[in-house]
Design a protein around this ligand. Structure first.
Ligand code: BTN
Length: 248
């Protein structure tokens, strides 16, 4: 089921008409969308895909790479940290709906299938004072089966590689796009139950680095702000972000 990605087919499945621009290859959809008057940019590959913490995001053909632009969103600055987890939930639900598998969410922005990363989310925002001016949400999903090179840490996977399902990419994109319709969930936090339900790291032993300091412990869960709760030899420490996180 592999029809070419196109604006028309995406909009056929979108609940609300949006301005969508589809490209073959771009440097990074998060950059392309900044200069365009559109809600969503989609690319079939990226030459400079970015991940969190200045990492590269390997973006060959066979994946779906897209960015949304939310201008003056109804999201308060003190809820901004919930935007990435919200779109992680949207992405997990879209994969679940189309591929019939239950993805898990690794804190804070990675989607996992059978213990391997299948998708990641990068949110970039501009705030003036306490006003959120603009949010760009970038989502990269490995869709088609492929051999990922060894230089990628923690070998990723693809939806097709894990499930054998050849999903309709236009529907997948539309499902993600429909996520914009419900961003009020970020304010009222009603997506958090699903996030906690699918939380991948629960009870896992991890190493986490923050500001150059390494911590090791057992993950106990996330709190109401979705900060990570770590048990370090009987003491609890909470993390709102990290430089690096590794399972051991
Ligand atoms: C991560 O795994 O650390 C986040 C990856 C985010 C990748 C997406 S692909 C579309 C958008 N454009 C980018 O350059 N990055 C995001």
């Amino acid at each position: 089921m592999s029809s070419e990605i196109s604006e028309n087919l995406i909009l056929k499945y979108a609940k609300v008409p949006r301005k969508v621009a589809v490209f073959g290859e771009v440097y990074s959809t998060n950059d392309t969308i900044k200069d365009l008057d559109v809600d969503c940019v989609v690319a079939k590959s990226q030459t400079g895909g970015r991940g969190t913490n200045n990492r590269k995001f390997f973006s060959p053909k066979g994946g779906v790479y897209l960015s949304f632009k939310l201008i003056n969103p109804k999201i308060s600055a003190d809820k901004l940290h919930l935007v990435t987890p919200y779109f992680a939930v949207i992405t997990a639900k879209a994969i679940e709906k189309l591929a019939g598998i239950k993805p898990q969410i690794k804190w804070v922005n990675d989607i996992y299938l059978n213990g391997k990363k299948v998708a990641g989310i990068l949110t970039e925002s501009k705030i003036y004072g306490d006003k959120v001016d603009r949010i760009i949400v970038g989502i990269g999903i490995n869709v088609k089966r492929q051999n990922f090179p060894d230089f990628i840490l923690n070998k990723p996977t693809s939806i097709e590689g894990e499930t054998g399902v050849q999903i309709d990419e236009n529907r997948l994109i539309a499902e993600l796009l429909n996520g914009i319709n419900d961003i009020s969930s970020i304010e009222n936090e009603d997506f958090i139950g699903y996030y906690k339900d699918r939380f991948y790291l629960i009870n896992k032993k991890i190493k986490i680095t923050l500001s150059g300091v390494l911590y090791e412990g057992i993950v106990k869960g996330v709190d109401k702000n979705l900060s990570l709760i770590l048990d370090i030899g009987g003491e609890t420490k909470t993390f709102i972000c990290h430089d690096q996180l590794e399972m051991i």
